[in-house]
Structures are given as structure tokens and as C-alpha cells.
Design a protein around this ligand. Sequence first.
Ligand code: S3P
Length: 176
Amino acid sequence: MADHEGKIRIALTGFMGVGKSTVARNLSRLAGLTRIDLDDFLENKLGQSVPEYIKKNGIEHFRDAEAEALSEVIADRTFGIISLGGGTFISEANRRLLQESDITSIWLEAGFEHCWANIQNSYRERPLAGNRENAKRLYEERGLVYCLADWHFLIGSGNNSLDVAKQIAEQVFGIE
Ligand code: S3P
């Protein structure tokens, strides 16, 4: 596997349903970087799905497990692209860890309706989303923290996940 020592490493953040994993997949191909999805890593490690783990152990334990998984993923330098869970970047300690590890953070933003439609159409359960009203409130609160990321890209009509992956490749990695 490639070692990303000395190369830019990035973490994608943004609300549930924005398309972090899809952008990561496209970007991985365009930039030739190995990617990891923090939720997938956690699910392998915990031997159960994230929603199952949250239901059984509660959100606090999930956040602890998520923080630990983040340090492990960061320590493994084979990964150049990390797609975070929607709540990972909300933790100040996680943000500090990313910064101290020289990981460039990128906020992927889309309108609430885009995220909500994806949440509803997805096979993945999102226990944190709850109903529409709850998800909207969380979306608004979290925008105030996501905006602390180093970069910001908008996904929406006329700018899909592949377009955004190309923009990140060009602007962040300097790949034409
Ligand atoms: C969460 C988002 C989920 C997952 C967990 C908690 C959140 O990831 O980590 O259900 O707090 O926003 P996605 O953003 O990939 O859905």
C-alpha cells in the first residue's frame, strides 16, 4: 500500500447524507490516494453496525469509540483520505487531533433538503437524524462548527459529488 508520508492528507466532514463517502470514492480515484470511511472502520472494529452500537451503548460511548478510531486511522499513514462521520468534526478534541496531525479538513456542504432526501432514501440507518424537525435543527447547529474546516465546497444542483471531487483534486491537491 502507498504511504502518504509527506503528502497532503485530508478529512471530509459535513452533514449526514451530504455525500462524504461518494466524494471520497471519486477523489480517491482522481488523486490516486487510499481512502477510509471512519464509520466502516468502526463497524469492522466493533463487529456491529454503528446504529446497532449506538442503540446498545448510547451516544456517549459511541463518541468515545469514534475518537479512538480516529486516532488509529490517523496513525495508519496508508490513508490519504478519511471520510468522517457527520458528528466527528463536532468534537473539539477531534478537530485538534486532525489539526495537530496536519490533516486538511474539508467541509462538504449541501442544502438541508439534499441531505434529508439522501437520509431518507438510504439503506443506512441514521439514529442521530431523528425526524425532519430534529435533523433540521442539528443541520443548522452543526453548520456553525463545520465552517471551521480549512476548505469548503458546495454540493448541489449543477455541482454533483464527482464535480466536487474534481474541484478538490484541482484546488487542494493541485491536480489538473
Ligand atoms: C452521525 C453520522 C453518521 C454516523 C453516526 C453519527 C452524526 O455518519 O457516524 O450515525 O452524528 O452525524 P454519516 O455522516 O456518514 O451518516
